[in-house]
Design a protein around this ligand. Structure first.
Ligand SMILES: [Zn+2]
Length: 117
């Protein structure tokens, strides 16, 4: 049975950020979000597998929003520091052009998470 998802969320699989994901879903009152959890979150968005997952979410559940997440001290970056704003801008641009090509309209939200203190 198809259902409607309010959003699709690309999140890092790092379990320390599961609470932040749950809080964001609650705060934004997102119903039935499609959650794609992979190492690095939005880091490898240009990978065809990730883009196809996002496309499937749109085809099956017609979300209106996408959340792209990266976080500090992410193991997927090999522990090196990176510019989170640049990373989110880069992944947002890749996603934007992919959606445009596919004729999908959605609002892109960029999320940077800090480690829980
Ligand atoms: Zn991570």
């Amino acid at each position: 049975m198809a259902y409607h998802a309010d959003a699709v969320m690309l999140w890092c699989f790092d379990a320390r950020f599961s609470v932040a994901l749950d809080s964001l879903i609650k705060k934004k009152k997102l119903k039935m979000p499609d959650i794609i959890k992979v190492a690095g979150g939005a880091k490898d968005i240009k990978h065809p597998y990730l883009l196809s997952q996002i496309e499937k979410s749109f085809r099956l559940h017609h979300p209106k929003e996408i959340y792209l997440m990266v976080h500090e001290k992410c193991g997927a970056y090999g522990g090196r520091a990176y510019d989170q704003k640049k990373e989110l801008a880069r992944s947002g641009k890749i996603l934007e052009s992919f959606l445009k090509k596919k004729g999908i309209r959605a609002k892109i939200h960029k999320v940077f998470e800090r480690l829980p203190r």
